[in-house]
Ligand binder design. Structure first.
Ligand code: PMP
Length: 316
């Protein structure tokens, strides 16, 4: 096996730092068979004050909430995980990258009931470039409307970031790539726009920003929340609302948000160009977002968590 480019020296497991090659699980682990995991993705950026994890506390809070939905008792509180995350970046000598907290059901019993399978917590990190391609942030990406729907509310809980949910995302993503698009946008069971395979979606029309309201078919993205708050800070009108599919084709601007995707403009949907190309509101918000994560913009909400210092955010 060639060395993957996400290889580092250390992975944290349940309180210990393991050598990367020793962080293995057994094929009879519950998670392998039934998708029983919850996880997070957090980016670390270089800032003038040193590397900082962006909204680490909020990501760890969402991890805990996802674990509660699936009744996975967590042995570590957010403060422990925040400290271990910072230490992991220091040990791996990374000053930018992506942190993946992962909670799984390990090997215990093979029935569907996960209760007898132990809960194991891992933290790993790696260097990760632009999720949707090197030119995505500048030039935007081509997207399609997926033929796959997001699951209905009260089926797969969409607000929980669980491994099993990503089977639906994989179907969307494979279809999009197979047909020459960078990403798919799914509607929910009602036919209204939901989200991308791993991003939330925003529209701009007549100078105002809109994003689908959290309706039980999509993840409550932390980047989505950041962008809504940046809109408020910048005096840009923004609403969470119902978004019919046809609004995608009539929008002046469209963009994806996500920790991995950051703020990626969408330049076409189903081969229909979006507005005049990457628009001014998208660019303003993208610049504000990148400045915020990289320490070039004030951080009044304490979202930048320097890896070289004790936690700034209280994590319950
Ligand atoms: N929706 C889905 C399905 C995702 O996987 C992600 C990425 N975590 C998002 C939205 C964006 O969430 P966030 O901004 O918290 O990364």
């Amino acid at each position: 096996m060639s060395t993957p480019d996400f290889r580092t020296s250390w992975i944290w497991k349940d309180g210990d730092f393991l050598a990367w090659e020793d962080a293995n699980i057994h094929v009879m682990s519950h998670v392998v068979h039934y998708g029983s995991s919850v996880f997070e993705g957090v980016r670390c950026y270089p800032t003038p004050q040193g590397p900082a994890l962006f909204r680490l506390g909020d990501h760890l809070r969402r991890l805990k909430e996802s674990a509660r939905v699936y009744q996975m008792p967590m042995a570590f509180d957010g403060g422990d995980l925040a400290e271990a995350s910072r230490e992991l970046f220091r040990r791996n000598d990374l000053d930018e990258g992506y942190l993946r907290p992962l909670v799984i059901r390990g090997m215990g019993a093979l029935g569907v009931n996960p209760a007898a399978s132990p809960v194991e917590t891992y933290l790993m990190c790696w260097s990760w470039g632009r999720y949707l391609g090197a030119s995505a942030l500048d030039e935007g990406v081509d997207a399609c409307v997926s033929t796959w729907f997001r699951p209905a509310p009260n089926t797969f809980p969409a607000l929980a970031k669980a491994g099993g949910n990503y089977l639906n995302s994989q179907l969307m993503k494979m279809e999009a790539v197979r047909n020459g698009y960078a990403e798919g946008i799914a509607v929910g069971p009602s036919g209204l726009v939901s989200e991308g395979s791993a991003q939330n979606i925003f529209l701009v029309k007549d100078g105002a920003v809109a994003t689908p309201a959290l309706d039980g078919t999509m993840l409550g993205g932390i980047t989505r929340d950041t962008v809504l708050k940046l809109c408020r800070d910048l005096g840009i009108a923004a609403v969470e609302t119902q978004v019919p599919r046809e609004s995608l084709y009539a929008a002046d601007e469209l963009f994806f948000t996500g920790t991995a995707a950051e703020l990626t403009p969408v330049r076409s949907v189903d081969r229909t160009p979006v507005g005049e190309g990457v628009g001014p509101i998208t660019r303003t918000l993208q610049t504000a977002y990148m400045d915020l994560v990289r320490g070039a913009r004030p951080d009044p909400r304490g979202w930048r968590d320097l890896i070289g210092q004790p936690a700034r955010v209280e994590v319950a």
